[in-house]
Design a protein around this ligand. Structure first.
Ligand code: AMP
Length: 411
């Protein structure tokens, strides 16, 4: 599967690619607008582009325009703290900043309001040969760094394609032309899951803005309207919804699959979801941003829920290997705890401009005669009967609503 090639097939499709509040774009509009915007970006050089905004459909236009112009994009959500935004801007030194929202500061960079129609009047000069190549960086997503400076995880186009293809093979995700719920902001790698699974399957991404998520009446009205089939969120967001008795299959009669990643899914939450949504499957997935969203998955059915406490995070995807290692980096035997190390075709090329952290976290290994990229996650876990179990961190990283925070970053 190759994302842009898939989208090219749907270039004339009148189906909605994205719905955000009261604004939507069809696949045809998405294709055409990203084509014009790519022509603008192409003239700006090879440095990454920052895309600043929230859940606007124009964010998708910008991401695809970058891919068509062959440059990486760096998503920044409007709710990111000010100093984090400044840190990212200064470290990326973008060729330009595409915005859907007002951003007054940072006069040193070139800004383009991509909600202006005039942007799309640009003559199209993009050809397939300009498109991003498999080994090029597709996006850079920043995560909390223990030195107080965020780390930009670089993910290649090939890695994104490998991930998306695998995720689309999980249970009900083989369905096309369905509706995906988008909860996470685009600056959080969980959103890569719903965004690109949805686009690659000619489905519709139904976004929930932060404002909607903060007001349960608005949230439930949106969910009811969504006709969602696939749900992607952190477990904590689903737990928040479960606090409302109205969160049942009556609200979401089309729902067939929950995909969870980013933090622990408890047995209790899984049981409650099974009771409220008997027609839906629940998948627990695991992975850090550095390995492209997720590398393991397990269908949490009644049997798994009864058998395991806590729940496993799943079996490893094709093209990836997981090794559990001790402090000296040696592999431990099955069932023993150690650090979770991920190797394979979706491991990041490294952090943007950060040789020190790269040296610490990434490595290369020769496995069965093939050179594989590896990443030391800092997560603790063990493998039993082919299933990975997560046991927390070996350092001071914590998760808040699914967001990764290094304690030293706050210090
Ligand atoms: P992020 O890079 O923001 O996606 O965070 C990745 C980290 O979230 C991992 O290194 C784990 O510590 C944690 N994590 C991801 N998936 C799960 C899961 N299914 N269960 C428990 N923790 C998880």
């Amino acid at each position: 599967m190759e994302l842009l090639k898939e989208l090219q097939k749907y270039r004339n499709s009148p189906r909605n690619a994205v719905i955000s509040d009261n604004f939507s774009l069809t696949y045809r509009q998405l294709w055409e607008k990203s084509e014009s915007l790519a022509s603008v970006i192409k003239n700006g050089g090879v440095r990454p582009v920052i895309v600043y905004g929230h859940k606007s459909p124009y964010m998708l236009v910008a991401f695809l325009a970058c891919a068509k112009a062959g440059v990486a994009y760096v998503p920044i959500d409007i709710n990111m703290p000010e100093n984090r935004i400044k840190n990212i801007m200064d470290s990326v030194e973008p060729q330009r900043v595409l915005t859907t929202e007002k951003l007054q500061q940072y006069k040193e960079y070139e800004f383009l309001d991509i909600t202006e129609e005039s942007v799309y009047a640009h003559e199209i000069s993009i050809e397939e040969k300009d498109w991003i190549k498999a080994e090029d960086i597709f996006y850079i997503i920043f995560t909390s760094g223990s030195t107080g400076v965020p780390k930009g995880v670089q993910i290649t186009y090939a890695a994104l394609n490998y991930f998306t293809e695998w995720a689309l093979s999980l249970g009900e995700c083989e369905k096309r032309n369905v509706v995906y719920i988008n909860q996470a902001p685009f600056s959080f790698d969980l959103s890569v899951m719903d965004l690109y699974m949805s686009l690659a399957s000619e489905s519709c991404l139904f976004t929930l803005s932060k404002e909607t998520q903060m007001d349960y009446r608005k949230l439930f009205a949106s969910l009811e309207r969504s006709q969602a089939v696939i749900w992607v969120s952190t477990p904590s967001f689903a737990e928040m919804c479960l606090a409302e008795p109205a969160f049942t299959e009556e609200l979401l009669p089309e729902l067939r699959q929950f995909l969870f990643c980013g933090e622990t899914l408890t047995n209790r939450t899984a049981v409650k979801l099974q009771e409220r949504f008997p027609a839906a499957q629940i998948y627990n997935m695991y992975g850090p941003t550095e390995s492209t969203v997720a590398v393991t998955a397990v269908l949490v059915d009644e049997q798994i829920n009864k058998k395991y406490r806590p729940l496993p995070v799943g079996e490893v995807k094709p093209g990836t290997m997981i090794k559990i290692t001790d402090e000296s980096g040696k592999e431990v035997s099955e069932g023993e705890s150690g650090e979770i190390t991920i190797l394979g075709n979706t491991v990041s090329r490294g952090y943007f401009n950060n040789p020190e952290e790269n040296q610490r976290a990434f490595f290369e290994a020769c496995i069965n005669g093939e050179k594989e990229r590896g990443y030391r996650t800092g997560d603790k876990g063990y493998i039993k009967a082919g299933m990975l179990f997560y046991e927390g961190r070996i350092d001071l990283q914590v998760k808040l609503h699914g967001y990764r925070i290094e304690m030293e970053d706050i210090e």
